[in-house]
Write a new protein. Sequence first.
Length: 452
Amino acid sequence: MHASDESSSDGRRLTPVLGTWQLWGLAVGLVISGEYFGWSYGWAQAGTLGFLVTTLVVAVMYTSFIFSFTELTTAIPDAGGPFAYARRAFGPLGGAIAGWATLIEFVFAPPAIALAIGAYVGVQFPGLEPTWTAVGAYAVFMTLNILGVTIAANFELFVTLLAVGELLVFMGVVAPGFSWANFTAGGWAGSDSFSPQAIGGILAATPFAIWFFLAIEGVAMAAEEAREPHRTIPRAYIGGMLTLVALALGVMFFAGGVGDWSELANINDPLPQAMKKVVGDSSGWLHMLVWLGLFGLVASFHGIIMGYSRQIFAMARAGYLPRRLATLHPTRGTPWVAILAGGLVGIAAIFSDSVIAFGGQPLTANIVTMAVLGAMVMYISAMASLFALRRREPDLPRSFPAIGYPWVPGIALVLAVVCLGTVIWSNPGVSLAFGGLMTTAVAGNMLFGVER
């Protein structure tokens, strides 16, 4: 079994056309739907103050991770991202573990977002079936990705700027109604601060805090298409991370301080509901938020399609998936077969929503957790690869060395391990399904061999 270190030696390379702003748009756009929905379920577990603790810890993990991950992204600008790093550091087995974990994260996240798009459109047009709207979203954005990476990246930047602008408008409109007393009332989910019950809630809220930042690492999968990656990628990553931390904290504080935050803890549209408390049901500001909120979902959905297609392409190019999946479009230069393949898996997940369950819950209730599990395994793999390559390849050109090495990467690694353990502890059923999927996929690569 052999896998060449140069996964692109067969000449199948993507074209470097992306600049700093396009990469920043991808970094923020991949994640920004997490500012609109999903995170508020953390309040149900931990309360506002408990969830704030969870979010700050997770923000430290992501910040230290990005400051470290950028070393790998700039030193090895490969479409496989973490898959390429782990393969170089640990060989075929390491590549398989990192590759499949990343693929699970990026293939499982889009169906959840597509269904949210369908539900969002369904509120405005009740006659439309959300499931078919979700399929239509796949068709539109797979086509856009196939047309060309420059077109796709410019569109991503456009919708990301709209989504960021809308979140800033939300904060400005609800600011007059903010009260610190509202935010802190019952903020430890009905228990004392740092009591055993509060600590249990803080741990259980971990997946929802991760949802604030999940998938920012997807920029690594566009590294092969970045111009001057040693300059553009660090700027995009650091700028993107700072943007997301500011938006996450701002959205959480302002939404939680305008009334009874517990009314927002178990719903999918916390921002419109929070705004209603300040401006009423008929305000034009509210209608703007409902309509433009779709851009946040679209930005993440479109960006993650870019991410999963590059991961499938890179794994197929290296022989971990059928080589056909590494086919580039003859005129557009995009991995069109990989785009379609990941989309078909996502559409299958959409239609299996009502029949597949983990622990008695529908698939959509657990699909985010499945993506989070893949992300945590990938983060651990990436940080382990960084330490291994520092030892094994000390002369590897590193245009952006990890800040604070070895302490900052060590913090990222330890917190990723803690987060993985926490998610497994609070979601045993989904974790078992994830473990079975990973074991089957990795064992298949090892038993039947990696091509080359």
